[in-house]
Design a protein around this ligand. Structure first.
Ligand SMILES: C[S@@+](CC[C@H](N)C(=O)[O-])C[C@H]1O[C@@H](n2cnc3c(N)ncnc32)[C@H](O)[C@@H]1O
Length: 501
């Protein structure tokens, strides 16, 4: 019987041959480290699946052949990548040209022996640069990509200028603080700040710009492109609707959706520093400027746009659960019956159902979430529970992963019943709360109830503490058809509740 390594080798062979045949038949270039090597192999879906099988089998085969002693001695040194970013080394090497290490060291103002080892590490570990002759450096396909794609450069910067030091301080942060707070992270220690990543970026425009650029580089990662969001939800069935893309960054996903669905309008919201950086870039094609707009908005503040759909793409994995609940509660004052929340984020599958390659990627991202944000990736049940916690009037519709997508789609709909009396509602809104009144005949009945045991059913209350305060007092008043806010206020005053509401 064939051993595991023999089976893996056979898988690598058969599937690599399928990829190779496809490339040859279609006149496409073969993968190469050469600087003119293809960035995207342009495989059909079926052959892409063969590529993934070959890749996964080769990773496992590689680990088996290396054995346990080598596996616990991984190469995790990122000094080389950090230096490549910091000194912008790639852009100092001519495309289709060469430069000596001595000359390059002068251009970068680095001591030459240090540059030499930084380059040689990058060549052998990451296939970044080539050394065609001793002491002479040229581009590889990967280093050329760093020069030609600003989003790739931003991604490198995020990971190795901001990230690397944060990873190194994460266990220290775990030791120091036990709470899951976004301000108590490896990032906070590494950057000597008491702010969360996004608060920190608000004060560092250049870093905010780089973060937004890095986010857009993810669109080129397998399974992360806008096409999965475009195809993964029945947008066309919505009709003429407005979508607010909360934390939408440069708007890549809204722009793609607007291109495919001409009846939809998009408002992309993000923090002021991000919107300022985006304004300078003007990423919206001219034919879409009437339907795609940007707006500075802090999602921890009350939502001011009453829209049909609120999209959160890859936003919540940056936040611990309690913060996700807080963010979603900010929508409540703006929600009309039938409004939807659509989340495009990771849905962790059941254990052992992922391919090893997918699992490596998700676990790697989950570790970044820990170091940067104290947040995490979530399973389907986690998403369902979050909506229940936000407000019972959210109905969790479904969660699914579109074919080929790295992220899932989670849908919930706001199913509030209408509230009696316009004045009552606006009064209540002023007080930042909405109470649903049902069938109360008069104050007397209410005070009757007070005597017995007071029960208040709050639906759409903004602040959790207030609710738990009430719970602590074990008072629940059930209001049924109260005619006006005054009565309620009176009732509250009678019960000494008004200061707690
Ligand atoms: C991981 S990025 C995702 C960006 C984009 N949705 C995408 O899928 O590429 C998270 C986004 O949330 C934004 N963000 C963070 N805190 C925010 C806040 N308080 N209000 C609004 N946006 C915020 C960040 O600026 C960033 O653009």
């Amino acid at each position: 019987m064939a051993s595991e390594i023999a089976k893996l080798a056979a898988l690598v062979l058969t599937n690599t041959v399928r990829v190779d045949d496809y490339l040859q038949k279609n006149g496409l270039p073969s993968p190469s480290f050469h600087e003119d090597g293809p960035v995207d192999l342009k495989l059909s879906a079926e052959i892409e699946a063969a590529r993934v099988v070959a890749l996964e089998a080769s990773l496992r085969l590689n680990d088996l052949l290396r054995g346990p002693i080598e596996l616990v001695r991984p190469t995790v040194n990122a000094v080389s990548l950090e230096a490549i970013y910091k000194y912008d080394i790639a852009s100092k090497i001519p495309i289709h040209g060469e430069i000596s290490v001595v000359e390059l060291a002068k251009l970068c103002d680095i001591c030459e022996p240090d540059l030499r080892r930084i380059l040689r590490f990058a060549i052998i570990h990451h296939r970044i640069f080539q050394e065609p002759r001793k002491g002479i450096i040229a581009h590889s396909a990967a280093s050329r990509r760093i020069v030609e794609d600003s989003a790739t450069r931003d991604g490198l910067g995020l990971q190795f200028a901001d990230g690397w030091q944060s990873f190194a301080r994460t266990v220290e942060a775990m030791e120091k603080w036990k709470e899951q707070e976004p301000t108590k992270t490896g990032f906070a220690l590494a950057h000597n700040t008491d702010k969360s990543v996004f608060e920190y970026l608000e004060e560092s425009p250049a870093k905010a710009k780089r973060f937004a650029g890095a986010m857009s580089s993810f669109t080129t990662y397998k399974g992360h492109g806008p096409e999965f969001l475009v195809r993964g939800f029945p947008w066309a069935s919505l009709g003429s609707k407005t979508v607010v893309d909360v934390g939408g960054s440069e708007g890549k996903y809204s722009i793609a959706l607007a291109q495919s669905f001409p009846d939809l309008k998009f408002i992309i919201q993000d923090l002021p520093a991000v919107i300022r950086a985006v304004d300078a870039k003007r990423p919206v094609p001219s034919e879409l400027v009437d339907r795609v707009t940007f707006m500075a908005h802090d999602m921890f503040k009350e939502q001011s746009v009453s829209a049909d759909i609120y999209l959160y793409r890859w936003v919540f994995h940056d936040w611990p659960d309690a913060y996700v609940v807080k963010i979603l509660r900010q929508l409540i004052p703006a929600l009309k019956p039938g409004a939807r929340v659509i989340i495009n984020d990771t849905i962790l599958p059941e254990p052992n159902t992922l391919s090893e390659l997918q699992e490596r990627k998700i676990r790697a991202l989950d570790m970044v979430m820990l170091s940067f944000f104290n947040s995490r990736e979530r399973e389907r049940d986690d998403w369902e529970r979050i909506f229940q916690e936000v407000d019972k009037r959210f109905r969790f519709v479904d969660a699914w992963v579109p074919e080929g997508s790295a992220l899932g789609i989670i849908e919930a709909v706001w199913e509030a019943e209408t509230v009696n009396g316009v004045n009552g509602v606006s009064e209540v809104n002023k007080a930042k709360e909405v109470i649903e009144f049902k069938e109360v005949d008069g104050v007397n009945e209410v005070s009757e109830m007070n005597k017995a045991k007071v029960v208040i059913e709050f639906k759409e209350v903004d602040v959790v503490n207030e609710i738990s305060e009430m719970n602590k007092a074990k008072e629940v008043i059930e209001f049924k058809e109260v005619d006006g806010v005054n009565e309620i206020n009176e009732v509250r005053e009678v019960n000494g509740l008004s200061d707690r509401i």
